[in-house]
Write a protein that binds this ligand. Structure first.
Ligand code: UD1
Length: 383
């Protein structure tokens, strides 16, 4: 019988990974059987895109940082693979656990699989059916070589089974992002928000005290922000929507770069009632969203967070890999040119039909660690 602990490398790469990894690292702390090693690929690396999340979510310092930084998809993926393979040679893990759908997810699962290391994918089975999204390719690649599938909703489990994955490998155990949200909501509510604009000047205009409340907006999908015509049409709608209520817009670095490149940033900055900030830390963003009247976004995770918070969410995308947020939650998919009219509709609508999906209650990490324990146990008895 094996005497050493079952070694699991957990991969964190980009901003939306961190709130999924945090509850797992906490649940695995000092575990008697499972030894958790945290590897940060360095896909995101800024203070605001990475470090502040580790601090606020109390994630232990990564054991290893691959420091890959930004690059084209191929460059970033290749760099992660090359560096992560060395880590696998040295650490000899029994399992690699990846989360989400970013380049780090696909790169690390590919490396592990080729070295015959078991791969667990948390957030498996989500499908937008839109192969123009880099994330969809990452999901398909990862799920093709995963050994243990953990899903966040029933529809994701059904997608996997339809693709031929045996039911016995698929486990619907809930939503880790909601674990982090539930754990931090009270702390977020208590903080004093001090917003700073993208030039570093403090925003002290009174955006919080309007009768209709305020909206929060985030955009970073390449399909929305990398194309000049698409981004120009969005800017027009954003400015019009700000006639309805104040709009707080924490800008992703990709979006700020593209606005600058297309000469659209000054128009947006000088528009009344739109407040541009840099990316916010987790608690600040949670406070902002949880007290908002409306969210307008193209993010994946924010569709889930607004569903839990029962805040109406307008997602400016043709598809979503998270349809449960529409069937049960507060989300709807819209076109760019509909932002203003849908915002008017949302602000006057009831929230009575919004529901929270099964197991999105803050207890997912415990269920997942339970599954990992029994998987480790069964691999040991097969040794
Ligand atoms: C990545 C993920 C996306 C996720 C998003 C969340 C992939 C394919 N995409 O997209 O699924 O929703 O993260 O943010 O994995 N940059 C910085 N500082 C950083 C990181 C990036 O300034 O810490 C800038 C760089 O100019 C970089 C650009 O942002 O080129 C885009 O970053 P990148 O990681 O390539 O993709 P995201 O758009 O962030």
């Amino acid at each position: 019988m094996k005497q050493t602990k079952y070694k699991i490398i957990l991969i964190a790469g980009a901003r939306p990974n961190f709130m999924k990894i945090a509850p797992l690292m906490h649940a695995l702390k000092d575990h008697p059987v499972l030894d958790a090693i945290l590897v940060h690929t360095g896909q995101h690396y800024d203070e605001k895109m990475s470090h502040s999340f580790f601090e606020q979510l109390n994630i232990p310092k990564p054991h290893i940082n691959l420091e890959v930084g930004s690059g084209s998809h191929a460059v970033q993926t290749a760099r992660i693979m090359e560096r992560f393979e060395q880590v696998c040679f040295t650490e000899k893990p029994d399992m690699v656990l990846v989360v989400g759908d970013v380049n780090s997810t696909a790169a690390c699962s590919l490396v592990a699989s080729k070295l015959h290391i078991k791969v667990t994918h948390y957030e498996a089975g989500l499908r937008s059916r839109d192969r123009e999204m880099p994330e969809e390719i990452n999901r398909l690649v990862t799920d093709a070589i995963t050994d243990l599938y953990i899903t966040t909703s029933q529809d994701a489990s059904e997608n996997l089974v339809q693709e031929g994955i045996p039911v016995s490998k698929v486990h619907m155990l809930g939503n880790l992002m909601i674990d982090s949200l539930v754990a931090q909501l009270e702390k977020a509510a208590a903080i004093q928000l001090k917003l700073v604009d993208i030039e570093g000047e403090s925003i002290d205009r009174n955006w919080q005290d309007t009768e209709q409340g305020y909206a929060v907006m985030t955009f970073h999908r390449p399909s929305n922000v990398d194309d000049q015509a698409a981004l120009g049409a969005l800017v027009e709608q954003w400015i019009k929507t700000a006639e309805l209520l104040p709009v707080i817009f924490p800008i992703h670095p990709r979006t700020q770069n593209m606005l600058e490149q297309f000469g659209l940033l000054d128009e947006l900055r000088s528009a009344p009632n739109i407040y541009l900030t840099g990316p916010l830390a987790y608690l600040e963003f949670l406070k902002l969203v949880s007290e908002s009247a409306l969210v307008i976004t193209d993010s994946g995770g924010i569709q889930e967070e607004t569903t839990y918070l029962k805040i109406p969410c307008l997602t400016v995308r043709p598809t979503t890999e998270r349809p449960v947020t529409i069937w049960e939650g507060s989300n709807q998919l819209i076109k760019a040119e509909e932002i203003y009219t849908k915002a008017v509709e949302c602000l006057g609508s009831s929230k009575a039909s919004f529901r929270i999906p099964k197991y999105w209650e803050g207890q997912s990490a415990g269920r997942i660690v339970g599954l990992l324990e029994s998987f480790a146990d069964s691999s040991e008895s097969n040794d």
